[in-house]
Design a protein around this ligand. Structure first.
Ligand SMILES: C[S@@+](CC[C@H](N)C(=O)[O-])C[C@H]1O[C@@H](n2cnc3c(N)ncnc32)[C@H](O)[C@@H]1O
Length: 429
């Protein structure tokens, strides 16, 4: 695709606050955006969280709405906590995220960019419904994403929140995004490169994220860890470090999204950035630090089965989420009436599982019940029953938002099989 370097609309300097903002009681302001006219409706439009918008010919995925919800909640919390919100939506498609950041998160300013200038009129049409271009709350550009980020960086025009929603692996945008983000700012990045995180292209993942990734049963979590690890490495190169606030995997695509805070200073140890191993022989997983590299093996290994351990890394081995931050997001979603409104409470369920996953006792990965059952040659007990038996034995265990039929736990596979067999004996007797 050939990108033209054009900028529509106006200078970046004139910021103005369209919606009055009261940090003590945050309100989603989407309802103030006027509806489409009947003529516009006839030409096709969508609704997300009550906001009407047009997609024109732009790439748009309805299924990504949850990822957008999470981004809007986080952006709004940033405004509550810092009193300001300047957003760069670097690959904005039809501009739905920009629209929601303006209308719902109360962004002071949004720079909406998409390399395809044919989407320009759709983006402008959508954003104009929040405020006129003359108000200076938004600007639309059609630049290559690295170019637009570096332009802002060179003008020392930094952002509180940068959204990089690309196709495939977005590692080529990471450095520009980190340069252009304020310290303490939030980076929301996406990868749709499930093939690499599944361990099917280790040389590609090595080139893109610096991680040699092999097939593992919890490869979708590995995908999130590969993405966070890639950002952590880029941030360290520039003298910063990151904190993951949440990590979200969605099977459609598949899509890997992480929200990270950028912090001042390098971390001078390799904590949370190392290697993970999965043993095909016994099904147990292990974390390895850099100084264990020469001694990597599984305790079940014998010379006969020494090849049973596969290792991926280096990647992020630390927490995927900040539980307290997720609770703030959930409370905000409740305040906005987003919970329970779809009849399924799916956003609430998702965030609650993510909160459970953030228990610091839980290591990386998860045990798939199908795998456990096939190793044990039994039918798996119900997930809930197995989880409570694990809790009774003193293990930490939670559901996984990534895999519905899996348990995230510090209970080793061998012990999990023992517990499952005990439960089956009890149920037969
Ligand atoms: C996944 S879509 C964005 C979807 C949008 N954020 C949403 O939520 O609906 C990716 C967009 O990036 C644009 N794009 C792809 N490569 C780009 C690049 N190098 N620079 C700028 N835009 C690019 C495409 O035109 C496409 O609209």
């Amino acid at each position: 695709m050939l990108f033209t370097l054009t900028c529509v609309c106006q200078p970046l300097s004139s910021l103005c606050s369209y919606f009055p903002y009261n940090s003590s009681s945050i309100k989603s302001v989407g309802s103030k955006v006027p509806s489409f006219t009947p003529e516009a409706r006839e030409s096709g439009y969508h609704i997300e969280r009550g906001l009407e918008f047009s997609t024109g010919d732009a790439f748009f995925r309805q299924e990504s709405a949850t990822g957008r919800d999470l981004g809007v909640l986080a952006a709004s919390l940033h405004k509550r906590d810092t009193g300001r919100l300047r957003i760069l939506d670097a690959l904005c498609g039809c501009g739905i995220r920009s629209l929601r950041y303006l209308a719902e998160a109360g962004a002071d300013f949004v720079a909406a960019n998409d390399g395809n200038e044919e989407y320009g009129s759709t983006i402008v049409e959508n954003l104009s419904r929040v405020s006129g271009v003359e108000d200076g709350r938004w600007v639309v550009t059609h630049l290559e994403a690295n170019r637009v980020m570096m332009d802002y960086y060179l003008q020392k025009s930094f952002f509180d929140f940068i959204d990089v929603d690309s196709f495939g692996s977005d590692s080529s945008f990471l450095r520009s995004a980190i340069c252009t983000l304020k310290l303490g700012g939030l980076l929301y990045v996406t990868s749709t490169d499930g093939f690499s995180s599944g361990g099917h292209r280790p040389h590609h993942s090595l080139a893109a994220y610096g991680a040699y990734v092999r097939p593992m049963p919890y490869s979708n979590e590995v995908g999130l860890r590969m993405l966070i690890g890639g950002v952590a490495r880029e941030a360290a190169l520039l003298g910063y470090h990151i904190t993951p606030l949440f990590s979200y995997y969605a099977f459609h695509g598949p899509v890997f999204r992480v929200l990270l805070r950028l912090n001042r200073g390098k971390i001078h140890d390799s904590r949370h950035y190392g290697y993970i191993g999965y043993c095909h022989q016994c099904g147990n997983s292990h974390e390895f630090s850099w100084d264990q590299l020469g001694q990597i093996s599984c305790s079940c290994s014998t010379p006969k089965v020494s090849n049973s351990l596969v290792v991926s890394g280096p990647l992020w081995t630390g927490p995927l989420h900040d539980g307290a931050y997720l609770m703030d997001m959930l409370n905000l979603a409740k305040q906005w009436g987003w919970i329970g409104c779809d009849g399924k409470d799916s956003l609430e369920k998702l965030i609650k599982v993510m909160v459970d996953e953030s228990d610091p006792k839980l290591p990386f990965g998860y045990i798939k019940l199908d795998e456990m059952a096939s190793r044990a040659k039994i039918n798996s007990p119900p997930l809930k029953t197995l989880m409570s038996a694990m809790h009774q034995k003193g293990y930490a265990a939670s559901r996984s938002h990534i895999e519905t039929n899996a348990i995230k736990t510090n209970c080793p596979m061998t012990e999990c099989i023992k517990i499952a067999k005990e439960l089956l004996k009890v149920s037969v007797a």
